[in-house]
Design a protein around this ligand. Structure first.
Ligand code: FES
Length: 87
């Protein structure tokens, strides 16, 4: 199981962490990846930059915008999954 940890600290919240989470959740559900990926929230990751911080494993990605959530998923998450080529 791959865990995507989305920062819901105040900086990230005002920059759209709810929308990023909703967009990622929609991808995970529509592609039936709920047995491979889970989404959880966490407080400030000390990477408060111009966008939402997301931790995957030991890597923190900062600056993810709601409009880029799908691109983020394709670039950073999909390669970590097995058998999840886009439909
Ligand atoms: S509020 Fe998200 S990294 Fe600080």
């Amino acid at each position: 199981m791959l865990t995507i940890v989305i920062c819901v600290g105040s900086s990230c919240h005002v920059r759209g962490s709810d929308e990023v989470a909703a967009a990622l959740e929609a991808i995970i559900e529509s592609e039936k990846l709920t047995d491979q990926v889970e989404l959880i929230g966490a407080f400030c990751m000390d990477h408060c930059s111009m966008g939402v911080s997301i931790r995957v494993g030991d890597t923190i990605h900062s600056g993810v915008l709601p409009s880029e959530a799908a691109i983020f998923f394709d670039r950073e998450i999909r390669p970590l999954l097995t058998g999840s080529a886009p439909q």
